[in-house]
Structures are given as C-alpha cells and as structure tokens.
Design a protein around this ligand. Structure first.
Ligand code: PLP
Length: 387
C-alpha cells in the first residue's frame, strides 16, 4: 500500500452554514500537549469552561458543560434525558433541525405533535398555544431558535410562557444562535438548551455545550425508566463534570482546549459587541444584495444575522456558482436543503467569519461569478452599499 501524502487543508473562507473560520488562538490551543482527563490542570480548566459557558448562555444553571460530540449529540442528550416512552412532546418544525428533533424524540418513544411552518418562516406562539390545547399532558415543547437551513429566528419568550403555563418543559436548540445573537437562557426561562461549537463560537466541530436547569434535572432524576443512552445519561455525566470526577468516558482533551480558547475570545469581545457585529455585517450584506437586485427568502423581520438565505435568480446554475466560488476563490457557501434545494445559497456570517472585509470579499467574487453566468451585476454598486 502506498501511504497517502500528509494532508494539507486549503485556506478556505468558510461562509456556509458551519463550520465557520477559527481564530489562530483556538487552533494553537489545540496543538498543546495532551494531558490526562483527570489531571488537576485539566480539571481546573473544566471548571473554567463551565463558568464561561454559563456566561455565554446567560444562565446560572449548575448543570452547564460541553457534551463530547457535535451539536446533534447535544440534541440527543436533551431528548434522551428528558423524554420517556409514551411522553407527549410538541416540536416546532420549520426546517431541517426541527425535522431532526422529531426523529430523535420518536426514537425516545415520544408521542410527537408537530407544529409546522413553511421553510423560511418562524414558529408562532399561536401555533404552540393550539398544539398545547390539543395535547392532553404535554411534557416538553422543543423549538429551534435559529433555523440554519432556512435563516429564520423564532422568538422564544412568549412560547416559553405558554409552555410553562401548560406545565411543560421548554427545550431550545441554540446551535446557530449562541454567540451570534441574543440567547438569554435564564431570562427566557428555558429549561434545557444545547448548542454546538462550530457555528458562532468559531471553534472546530466536536463539542456540544448544554445546560439544564433545576426543573429539567428533577425530571431527569425522577425518571421511571433508565436513560436508554449510556453515553449521554446526565446522571452519569454529572459524576465526571461535577465534584466527584468519576471516570465516565475520556474527554476529548484537545477539543476542550479549543473551546476554552474560543469562549475566552467571545467574552473578551463581549456578548453585546459580538451580537452587534453580526447584525451590522448581515445588514451590510443585505443592502448590497438589494443593490444588485437579490434578496433574502426568510421571513422579513425574523431574518438571521449569521445565516443569509439568498434567493437564486432564475437561469443561474445554483450548484455551478458554489463550485466556482470554492474552486477559484476558496470561498465556501452552503446549498439549500429540502424544499429550498436549488432555490437558495446559504451565506454564513458566523463568528470569526463575520467581518466587513469578508462581506466585501464575498461580494466581489460572487458578482464576478454571476456575471460569468450571463447576469449583469454591478459590483461597484454592491460594494458601495456595504459602505
Ligand atoms: C448545525 C446544527 C445542528 C447540528 O449540529 P452538528 O454539529 O452538525 O451535529 C443542530 N441544530 C442547528 C440549528 C444547527 O445549525
């Protein structure tokens, strides 16, 4: 067998639905020596991670830590711990990730009621209120905050109130929202939340920050049945991430270094500043798109700052444009999924990637590629609109 040459990653500008670009500090943190997962220096770092995650989630929940796995592992963690066979669960479905939640909840034996909106639209409090009335004993309402597949941001506060009035728990997916727009776990009274590292936290994929409040922990402790996943059982994980430090699984050491470095950068910038940066770069891109006759398909007033669902003009080869951007400009943008396949490009401005410079780089390349497809796109007008 011929051994493959050493792998060399090209310097891509990651403007898709994640991963986003990673700061040099984060990559260099990962290249430090590996220590043991029960080494006192690692244990101290775990405590700092928990503290920083609480600051980023805006929560005081004791049970706040990173799951070893990507965002989807965070999703499974929440469902397997909170749902038992026969439980009634309401899931908002307005894109890929709500659809995935339904799949995960059903695998836990839940009786799922889907609350569906068109892809690109939000889930409304009225829809949740109707579903809560239909279900006899709702245990959990699960919502995707920022739907990365469509670019829509569902407001949480009113849904949270309705959920609690009905005696249910609220589970929130903040994989794309955390670090890119306001996420206020305690203020919004969210009982269980999960996120991922590779979107607006700008850390490589591999960990899923989660947080459960006292109410959710009580539900997990008082289960009639054991959690069907040994790996994701919060009662076992609590013994490693809590004070006992009992071996459960070997923590992915270097990934935790990376998250520590990434969270430091988030907090050094400040949440408000970081949110504002995401907002301003989204608005700059949006006005540039307007200047060249393009628009964002997601519901007006609820468009994500970190993920722009740009409508593909008629007669333009959607996949061809992405391919040329990647091969000739080193820029990655995402394709549409499900009903939006072929209809949108997903242009991410997440974390480190969200800069004015990157908006300009993208527009210059994008306009050039569109013009090669036979459109007459005014690059100057687009760049002028960025200001
Ligand atoms: C990316 C994403 C996920 C899944 O995360 P993975 O890291 O791909 O497992 C879940 N929910 C949302 C909203 C996402 O954007």
């Amino acid at each position: 067998m011929q051994i493959a040459p050493a792998f060399k990653a090209p310097p891509r500008l990651l403007m898709g639905p994640g991963p986003s670009n990673t700061a040099a500090e984060v990559l260099s943190a990962m290249s430090q020596p590996v220590v043991g997962h029960l080494d006192p220096v690692f244990v101290k770092m775990m405590e700092e991670l928990k503290t920083m995650l609480r600051a980023v989630f805006l929560t005081s929940n004791e049970m706040t830590f990173p799951i070893s796995g990507t965002g989807s592992a965070g999703m499974e963690f929440c469902f397997v711990n909170l749902v038992e066979p026969g439980d009634e669960v309401i899931v908002g479905v307005n894109g890929v990730f709500g659809t995935r939640m339904v799949d995960v909840a059903e695998r836990c034996g839940a009786r799922v009621t889907k609350v569906e909106s068109g892809w690109g639209n939000i889930i409304t409090p009225q829809q949740i209120s109707e579903a809560l009335r239909q279900v006899s004993k709702p245990k959990l309402v699960a919502i995707v905050h920022a739907e990365t597949s469509t670019g829509a941001l569902t407001p949480v506060e009113e849904i949270s109130k309705l959920t609690h009035d009905a005696g249910a728990l609220l589970l929130l997916d903040t994989v794309t929202s955390l670090g890119g727009c306001p996420v206020r776990i305690d203020e919004w009274n969210v009982d269980a939340v999960y996120s991922g590292t590779q979107k607006c936290l700008s850390c490589p994929p591999g960990l899923a920050p989660v947080s459960l409040n006292a109410r959710a922990m009580e539900v997990a402790r008082r289960r009639r049945t054991t959690v069907q996943s040994w790996y994701l059982d919060v009662n076992l994980l609590a013994s490693y991430w809590g004070q006992e430090r009992v071996y459960h699984h070997t923590a992915p050491i270097s990934m935790n270094y990376a998250l520590h470095a990434a969270l430091r950068l988030v907090l050094e910038e400040g949440l408000e500043n970081r949110w504002r940066r995401h907002k301003q770069n989204h608005l700059a891109l949006k006005s540039a798109l307007g200047a060249i006759g393009l628009d964002i398909v997601s519901q007006e007033g609820h468009q994500l700052w970190q993920l722009n669902a740009v409508r593909v003009p008629q007669d333009v080869d959607e996949a061809g444009v992405r391919k040329r951007l990647l091969n000739d400009f080193n820029i990655e943008v995402g394709a549409g999924l499900g009903p939006l396949k072929g209809k949108i490009w997903r242009v991410g401005l997440m974390g480190e990637t969200s800069t004015r410079e990157n908006v300009r780089l993208f527009l210059s390349a994008f306009c050039q590629v569109l013009n090669e497809c036979g459109r007459k796109t005014d690059v100057k007008a687009a760049l002028a609109a960025v200001e």
